[in-house]
Design a protein around this ligand. Sequence first.
Ligand SMILES: [Zn+2]
Length: 181
Amino acid sequence: MRHLRLTFDDGPDPVWTPRILDALSAASLRATFFVIAKRAAAHSAIVRRACAEGHAVELHCDAHIRHTELSPHEGREDTRRALARLAALDVRPARWRTPWGVQAAWTADVAREHNLELCHWDVDTHDWRGDSAESMLAATGPSLRDDAVVLLHDGLGPGARREGCGETLRYVRLLAGELTA
Ligand SMILES: [Zn+2]
């Protein structure tokens, strides 16, 4: 295994995202951040840093709500708001991972309207549960084949059962060790 696609949802977080960027940079790894636009606007320096360091900043949402709980109009408005906030930071997403990966009947239409490619994942670390880095590595190890898309979180979304993203940071460091070994 030499190449994984690390993806981070729910950031940027003022504490954890810079630490994860440090860890990626130390290992010369590039990742994709599916951001909550509201948080991106509040922490624009972190978004600029991620872009400057060669990471992709893509769309997660503005409000973190399942698409199945939004009307088509509400979904369109959330997406429009999110893209406007990101455009103000010179970020123009090409990819979209929806909250919880949930799509509604309208999701594909809205994606098409904004030329967004809908993205899922291959390997779920379940890092939001608060598992240790070692147990996440043990659980995901067998599925970490070349080019697998790995789901991680650099911020705490609704339903997160942990206080911070320290184990995600440690998981990235452990994985980086294996990738560069
Ligand atoms: Zn999320």
